[in-house]
Design a protein around this ligand. Structure first.
Ligand SMILES: CC(C)(COP(=O)(O)OP(=O)(O)OC[C@H]1O[C@@H](n2cnc3c(N)ncnc32)[C@H](O)[C@@H]1OP(=O)(O)O)[C@@H](O)C(=O)NCCC(=O)NCCS
Length: 404
């Protein structure tokens, strides 16, 4: 079955397209909320599918940059993908994915990235699982650090209006260190971070903002909520960390020391933490965090040549990939990566793999050797996997601290 797919032209069309997924979230599509969302995504980046004159599905893409190892690339931040339950499994999603990736390609965006509601959906369109993250529930009794230390800086509360100016520069500093973080526009900061409507609190209190200062520089910040509660006279309060980011190791240690020392909580809840988060080595009993890991970013190389040339590598050397990419045939074939740049080649390939697998390896979070062990990449020359892993590895696991 074919559908007409095009971008939306006004708030009404936008709302119907977003409500394709919105209904699964139990969303009430108020005009104010839809307008706010439209301002962020923009109509020209929101595709809808029509059947018999009605919208039956939608898919949007934020325009932002994603930090990649040693670089920062324009990326289609895929979001609000949904199909009305009346039209599922008839190819609506496929039509939307087709239009969306062609659009990103025409705009010259080398990457597309997303968070998946289910792991089974996006692999067929070339998205590879590129990073992992996890949540913690740490009991107050187990917040001791492994090594004694004296904090070297100070913590200060900010009003949300002050955070609007003070916090974004720290976020940008952290983004330069960590692959996987997307750039936030002033509009994003305003609507997604600073604004704190009651409906987003889920029974917890308002956002509290703190910054950490050392030698006159703001090196870290945290945003958190208190969720008070009592059970048989004892506190069961949660401290919910919305985001805690630090631009230096000392700041990271001191910021978490502050957060974990806050009184009257029974547990600290934090989400979307990378598997190499500093807390694993800072805490005396990291097992008590009960870290539960799942998938984080899924990455699609829209343009293999530009994407591979747009990041830095951890070693010298060359590797030739034979890329299979049915969905984006312009990527199909052999690519040689040498001296940090990728180009078409007739050389024999070292590794054969799908665009999906290359998307998994791209940010340095999933080794080629692991892909090969799972039957998702094939080593065509001895030692090629080790060589490729030497190039692609990075000193940090890719981290996306917010779902978009
Ligand atoms: C996921 C969703 C968008 C799929 O839309 P759809 O129009 O039914 O998908 P299509 O008919 O285009 O299916 C394309 C392919 O994906 C498969 N597929 C789609 N959704 C799937 C799912 N949830 N699990 C497993 N496979 C799925 C189809 O079987 C089909 O496979 P094929 O190409 O091998 O035949 C739709 O079910 C939906 O809106 N779900 C709820 C909201 C949601 O999860 N959105 C994603 C947010 S990240």
């Amino acid at each position: 079955m074919s559908f007409e797919v095009r971008t939306v032209k006004d708030l009404d069309e936008f709302s119907s397209a977003v409500f394709a997924i919105g209904q699964y979230f139990g969303l009430t599509p108020t005009e104010e909320r839809m307008q706010r969302f439209l301002d962020q995504i923009t109509a020209e980046r929101m595709h809808a599918a029509w059947s018999n004159g009605s919208i039956v599905g939608g898919a949007g893409a934020f325009k932002f940059n994603l930090s990649v190892p040693g670089g920062d690339l324009p990326t289609a931040g895929v979001t609000v993908v949904g199909v009305y339950p009346t039209h599922r499994r008839r190819g609506v999603l496929r039509s939307l994915m087709r239009a969306q990736v062609d659009d990103a390609h025409e705009r010259g965006e080398p990457l597309a990235a997303l968070w998946a509601s289910e792991e089974t959906i996006y692999g067929r369109y070339g998205y590879g699982l590129a990073s992992f993250c996890g949540e913690i529930k740490l009991a107050h009794e187990y917040t001791s650090f492994a090594q004694p230390f004296e904090p070297e800086g100070t913590i200060r509360f900010l009003e949300p209006e002050e955070a609007r100016d003070a916090v974004p520069p720290v976020y940008e500093r952290v983004r330069q260190l960590w692959p996987g973080m997307f750039s936030r526009s002033p509009l994003w900061w305003e609507h997604r971070e600073i604004k704190d409507p009651e409906e987003r609190r889920e029974g917890a209190g308002p956002k509290r903002w703190v910054v950490y200062e050392r030698d006159g520089s703001i090196d870290a910040y945290a945003c958190y909520r208190h969720k008070p509660g009592w059970d048989e006279g004892s506190t069961v309060a949660q401290l919910q960390i919305v985001e805690a980011l630090a631009a230096t190791p000392t700041a990271e240690r001191d910021l978490w020391a502050y957060l974990l020392s806050i009184d009257w909580k029974a547990t600290v809840h934090a989400y979307l933490l990378p598997p190499d988060h500093a807390l694993f080595l800072l805490l005396a009993t990291p097992r008590r965090m009960r870290y539960r890991m799942g998938d984080s970013l899924w990455v699609r190389l829209v343009d293999v040549g530009a994407a591979l040339s747009g990041r830095k590598y951890s070693a010298e050397g060359a590797v030739v990939f034979d890329v299979h990419d049915e969905f984006c045939p312009w990527n199909e074939g052999r690519w040689k990566l040498e001296d940090g740049a990728a180009a078409r080649t007739d050389d024999d390939a070292d590794i054969a793999l799908s665009a999906q697998s290359l998307g998994s390896a791209y940010l340095g979070g999933v080794p080629f050797a692991a892909l090969a062990r799972a039957g998702r990449a094939e080593e065509l020359k001895d030692g090629a996997l080790t060589r490729a892993d030497g190039l692609f590895r990075w000193d940090r696991h890719p981290w996306c601290p917010e779902i978009f």
